[in-house]
Design a protein around this ligand. Structure first.
Ligand SMILES: Cc1cc2nc3c(=O)[nH]c(=O)nc-3n(C[C@H](O)[C@H](O)[C@H](O)COP(=O)(O)O)c2cc1C
Length: 183
């Protein structure tokens, strides 16, 4: 067992955080001259239902950080299990990220990635400093939900649950948890 002391080892920090499984999103936005930008982000969370707010944590050295500091909004594209290639493409510097990626325009002309299982279209609501990242809070304005299973990420790896496992999980979940979780 590895235990952190006061001086937190960045590698241990990364490993500990990697034990927390997440989905994977691509956050998209447009620059002031209308150029699309996108960045793979797993630090995404629902924040509030009333008003509807979400947050993403963006590293201050990311190109996306500069864009979101002035952009009117952003879109969280929740990736489906077959979109691992997109997750990698939107994480690699120097790639032509939108090259052959199928998109449609959303609010503010921000690209919506085709194949995503949810599009969360936000206006920028607040920016909260958080060390080497900024918490970018978005006010949700439009939502689209599509059929499909989510791409998962944990311990530095992408995961796909077999369809049958999803179906079993959904069938055995308490009905009151589905769609109307009380928290
Ligand atoms: C699975 C995965 C999750 C990531 N999550 C985040 C994140 O939550 N926040 C962030 O700032 N960067 C995250 N990144 C890294 C960025 O995607 C990457 O640094 C960025 O796209 C680099 O592009 P840039 O050089 O144009 O800024 C993640 C990368 C991967 C592969």
């Amino acid at each position: 067992m590895n235990v952190a002391t006061h001086e937190v080892d960045p590698t241990l920090m990364r490993r500990a955080m990697g034990q927390f499984a997440t989905g994977v999103t691509v956050v998209t936005a447009v620059t002031t001259d209308g150029t699309p930008v996108g960045c793979t982000v797993n630090a995404f969370s629902s924040l509030s239902l009333d008003p509807p707010l979400v947050l993403v944590c963006i590293g201050t050295d990311r190109r996306m950080h500069e864009v979101l500091s002035s952009a009117p909004g952003y879109v969280v594209n929740v990736l489906a299990d077959h979109q691992q290639r997109q997750a990698l493409r939107f994480a690699r510097s120097g790639e032509d990220r939108f090259g052959d990626v199928d998109v449609t325009p959303g609010r503010h002309g921000i690209p919506l990635l085709t194949g995503a299982i949810a599009h969360v279209q936000c206006d920028r609501y607040d920016l909260v400093p958080g060390g080497d990242h900024t918490i970018v809070v978005g006010a949700v304005r439009e939502l689209q939900v599509h059929d499909g299973q989510p791409l998962l990420y944990a311990q530095g790896a992408f995961l796909h649950l077999p369809r049958d496992d999803w179906h079993t999980a959904l069938e055995t979940a308490p009905q009151e948890w589905l769609l109307s979780a009380p928290w």
